[in-house]
Design a protein around this ligand. Structure first.
Ligand code: X8Z
Ligand code: ZN
Length: 608
């Protein structure tokens, strides 16, 4: 498995190269040819290391014990050692005049692409690796309670989607946040401290600036781009929030959900209130507007199991012309939660040998959101395979948002007509045009609702890494951002002196940067609009399915096989014709819903 890498760190790189360049006599300066040779050797070293490291990480994530934690920490430590050594050398080589495009790009990737860099202080790499492994496994082993009984993360996630009892929802929310998040607080603060020292040694202001440096632009420019995108789609979110709050008030009454102010975070069908599609039944248009089917129910009615769900996902990609997944995918993947051991259930996709050892790791339930997540994970796998001929440092998405967007963009094609084509829905059950609002609302509950959440996770982490949010304020700042961006509030008072609610979300203890998911939510609609245009679709955008369209598959493959070899605007242009990330496609998709929501919200006091 390859280690995470990044794109250019332009501003910081220039600052560093200026300083190092002037201090060094020209005679001692390495040559461009030496820089080329360094990159070749670095790629080989990383590729070799990644094979065993990938297997070790896989085993740890699918079989958590103290032993596998210990081995995983050893490999994480070795990996960081290698990465940091190469990053420092890369910074040095970046001072060389006359570097080729590829060598410069790869040096930048080497320098900036470490998620958790360690400083050279004795013992720091080991401590960092142990903390990161401990946090990841603690999340995997986490339990909440329901009616006083312990309940696993995977089960509690599902229960939050179907349970409509406000008392039980509150218990699940509070127990999960208290049991899982709270004990992580001290470890997290220490981890931030160590990794920040590592970032500074590499010439970055802090870890957050390093993460933001991965987008072919300066870190500040990336933060501004994210804010610009959010500004485009925020009015739509505000309308959805207003409408959803009113429907929740109708269902639960003033004592549970007031007509004004924020929404209670546990009522939205998801532990983190990040996607709200699970409560579509609560908000569906009154009367005959509801769409009349739920994919989870359709899957159950036809006795789908996890394997059949994955086969169905594979079938979509095959219909675009992609080769079937290798036999090893089916033997190596984990589709179900094992009964006899602890695992990290949070879904992920792997490419262990950087070629064809593709795998997904999920604890699949027969439910609509897991059907979408399967397409999401497979999107990662097909992307990985498409770029597997690239040199090691380019084995990645054009940016990490692209990687997250592929599977989601494919899943936007799961339209009623597509469900008929694969035999999940009867032709007679296809909702007519009078159900368009219902269909769009169902999608918006997942796609639009996610946007502020997708942005705020890293707003919080950027603040934590920069020091703007001090450890004593970790929880207070988290709750404040949840209120500011999402307009939600915890169902129980939080004790900010001890709570660590961010730890209750996988990507925080898992140290997965999150801005990628925000970008992907926007990008997937750009991809989808482009694919539907390529397919010659003329109907309403949300009814388009590019299932079976080989031309779309070819164009998609052309973008994906570029991997990270070019700046992301080149990749975006290859598939969509545009070089800009923009919320316009998403707004076009939801345009009929936007008008309807405004109509529904007339007379309501929106906002919080
Ligand atoms: O973490 C994921 C994927 C794995 S890359 C399942 N997602 C984010 C999340 O669950 O928080 C997909 C949507 C957002
Ligand atoms: Zn993903």
């Amino acid at each position: 498995m390859k280690v995470v890498i990044s794109t250019l760190a332009l501003a910081a790189a220039l600052a560093l190269s200026g300083a190092a360049g002037s201090a060094q006599p020209a005679a001692n300066r390495p040559t461009a040819a030496e820089a080329d040779a360094f990159v070749v050797a670095a790629e080989k070293e990383l590729a070799d290391f990644s094979l065993d490291a990938g297997r070790v990480a896989w085993i740890n994530n699918t079989y958590i014990t103290d032993d596998t934690d210990a081995i995983a920490a050893v490999y994480a430590e070795r990996g960081t050692d290698i990465q940091v050594r190469l990053a420092k050398q890369a910074a040095h080589f970046l001072t060389v005049p006359g570097l080729s495009f590829d060598t410069r790009r790869k040096l930048d990737l080497l320098r900036g692409g470490i998620v958790l860099p360690a400083p050279t202080t004795a013992g720091a790499t080991k401590e960092l690796a142990e903390i990161a492994t401990r946090l990841n496994s603690a999340y995997g082993k986490g339990r909440g309670t329901l009616n006083g009984q312990p309940i696993s993360g995977n089960d509690i996630e599902a229960a939050m989607g179907t349970n409509r009892n406000p008392g039980e929802l509150k218990e699940m929310w509070a127990s999960w946040h208290d049991n899982v998040g709270r004990p992580m607080r001290a470890d997290y603060a220490r981890m931030v401290e160590i990794a920040n020292q590592g970032a500074v040694e590499l010439g970055y202001g802090d870890v957050g600036a390093m993460w933001r440096s991965q987008y072919d632009m300066a870190p500040d420019a990336f933060a501004a781009l994210a804010d610009k995108l959010w500004g485009e789609v925020k009015p739509l979110y505000d309308q959805l929030h207003c409408y959803t709050r009113a429907r929740l008030n109708e269902k639960y009454g003033d004592a549970v959900q007031a007509k004004t102010g924020p929404i209670r975070a546990d009522l939205l069908g998801n532990m983190w209130a990040q996607e709200w599609g699970n409560i579509y039944d609560v908000v569906a248009p009154a009367g005959s507007g509801a769409i009349g089917y739920d994919i989870g129910a359709l899957l159950k009615a036809q006795d789908y199991d996890a394997l059949k769900m994955v086969r169905t996902g594979e079938g979509f990609y095959s219909s675009l012309g992609f080769a079937q997944l290798p036999e090893s995918f089916w033997t190596n993947s984990m589709f179900l939660k094992p009964a006899d051991r602890e695992v990290v259930c949070h879904a992920s996709a792997w490419d262990v040998d950087n070629k064809d050892d593709l795998r997904i790791k999920m604890c699949i339930k027969i439910a609509s959101d897991d059907f979408v997540t399967i397409h999401h994970e497979l999107g990662h796998n097909y992307y990985q395979r498409a770029y597997n001929k690239q040199p090691y440092l380019y084995l990645n998405g054009a940016n990490d948002g692209f990687h997250e967007a592929i599977g989601d963009f494919v899943a936007l094609s799961i339209t009623p007509d597509y469900l008929v084509r694969i035999g999940l829905l009867n032709a007679a059950q296809v909702p007519g045009p009078d159900k368009d609002i219902g269909l769009l609302l169902r999608q918006a509950m997942d796609k639009v609702a996610f946007l502020p959440f997708g942005l705020l996770i890293d707003k919080w982490r950027w603040g934590v890494f920069s020091g703007a949010i001090a450890p004593a304020d970790y929880n207070k700042a988290w709750t404040a951002l949840r209120l500011q961006y999402q307009g939600i509030t915890p169902p129980v008072a939080r004790d900010d002196a001890v709570a660590f609610d961010p730890g209750a979300k996988y990507h925080v203890p898992g140290n997965t940067p999150y801005a990628r998911y925000f970008l992907a939510r926007i990008l997937q609609f750009q991809f989808y609009e482009a694919a539907c245009r390529q397919a010659g679709w003329t109907g309403p955008l949300h009814r388009c399915s590019f299932y079976n369209n080989k031309q779309v598959g070819e164009r998609l493959n052309a973008m994906m096989e570029m991997g990270m070899s070019k700046p992301w605007p080149d990749a975006l242009e290859a598939f969509t014709g545009s070089r800009e990330m923009s919320g316009k496609a998403m707004l076009a998709y939801f345009q009929p819903l936007a008008g309807w929501l405004k109509e529904q919200n007339k007379g309501r006091r929106c906002g919080w």
